[in-house]
Design a protein around this ligand. Structure first.
Ligand SMILES: [Zn+2]
Length: 122
């Protein structure tokens, strides 16, 4: 048996899920256009366009990253909730080692231990 308090992580996952869904909905409402259009628009209308372009790009990059990753995070959150139901939550899906609780607190949807995660990234 695992010593992990899955109820706590279930709540954290459900809350994160709501947050991501809300962020995705907000993104769709507030930013229907593409980044390219926005940058071109500012560049065409502003004398000081370099600085403003950089600002717009920076702000959009953060949103864009969120939008790009949010769908993936939602999938991982759902998978993690399923692992709680299955009783396999907190166990690395690759090597069956326990995932450190500190890692789960940072990433409640983590499915890999740190070693496997590192390997997956290389
Ligand atoms: Zn592992």
């Amino acid at each position: 048996m695992s010593s992990i308090d899955t109820q706590r992580f279930r709540e954290a996952l459900l809350e994160e899920r709501r947050r991501v869904e809300h962020a995705l909905a907000t993104l769709r409402d507030e930013h229907p256009g593409s980044l390219d259009e926005e940058v071109e628009e500012i560049a065409a209308t502003s004398d000081n366009h370099l600085a403003e372009t950089a600002t717009a790009t920076l702000g959009r990059e953060i949103d864009y990253t969120l939008g790009e990753n949010s769908g993936e995070v939602l999938v991982q959150i759902d998978a993690a909730l399923k692992r709680i139901d299955d009783g396999t939550y907190g166990t690395c899906t690759n090597c069956d080692n326990e995932i450190p609780v500190q890692r789960l607190e940072a990433y409640p949807w983590a499915s890999l231990c740190i070693d496997c995660k590192r390997q997956a990234e290389h």
